[in-house]
Write a protein that binds this ligand. Structure first.
Ligand code: HEM
Length: 208
């Protein structure tokens, strides 16, 4: 009997498919918390972003990941979000607290890290929409408060497609692909927890 051979989905498509509902719920939650309704609310959104950028910062500098994903180091937007936080007078203590939470967030190994990077890099697409709101509703710009939302000079779409091509060129086994999905979902869960704590004012569950 001839066995049907199924070509696996490209990794980027698989990651998108496996996180689509999580993304949708996060996107809705963030917008429901009205980050563009005032500068105070936007500052909470910035701190959430600062945590994510600190969580992924070591990944952008990781030599093994840089080999797998060319141009990775240049994609880091950590300095941009730090400057945005300075524009909003987010205190050194708050920034240090967010750095600590971010730095403790993941130790996922290479495959999990690929998933975290998918989630973070993908967020640059939605950032186009967020930047528009930040400009129109709060008067922010690429030189004040919204630097980290600005697209790459090559073009946001092209920059993202190049990242997806690098993901899709990786040869991973089904188990390895699923490991990357766990990383991508963990990154979304980390962002969601940061949204609840910083933007909705809910305290994290007490450590047991
Ligand atoms: C209110 C907040 C958000 C909105 C409105 C939003 C909106 C969007 C939109 C419209 C796209 C698709 C763009 C396109 O296909 O051209 C997108 C893609 C994406 N967003 Fe978001 N987003 C938000 C927040 C986030 C956050 C916080 C993360 C994770 C840190 C995230 C992760 C992603 C990923 C991974 C993709 C790429 C999906 C793919 O094509 O593989 N988004 N977002």
């Amino acid at each position: 009997m001839t066995q049907a051979v199924t070509t696996p989905l490209p990794l980027s498509t698989y990651l998108k498919e496996q996180t689509a509902s999580t993304h949708e719920s996060l996107d809705r939650r963030i917008m429901a918390l009205a980050p563009f309704s005032s500068r105070e609310r936007f500052a909470c959104f910035l701190r959430m972003q600062l945590r994510l950028h600190h969580a992924t910062a070591p990944l952008y500098q990781n030599p093994a990941l840089q080999t797998l994903l060319p141009g990775l180091a240049d994609r880091s937007r950590l300095q941009a979000i730090i400057l945005d936080c300075a524009d909003f007078n987010i205190t050194a203590e708050q920034q240090e607290a967010d750095r600590r939470v971010g730095s403790a967030a993941q130790d996922a190994g290479t495959l999990g890290a690929i998933g975290w990077l998918y989630t973070h890099e993908g967020s640059t697409l939605g950032a186009a929409f967020l930047l528009k709101h930040a400009r129109e509703q709060l008067g922010l710009s690429e030189t004040f408060g919204a630097r980290h939302l600005v697209g790459h000079s090559d073009g946001r779409g092209l920059h993202w497609r190049q990242f997806k091509q690098a993901l899709d060129a990786l040869t991973l086994s089904p188990a390895e692909r699923d490991h990357a999905v766990v990383g991508a979902r963990d990154a979304f869960a980390f962002v969601r927890a940061s949204v609840e704590e910083l933007m909705a004012g809910k305290q994290p569950a007490a450590a047991s």
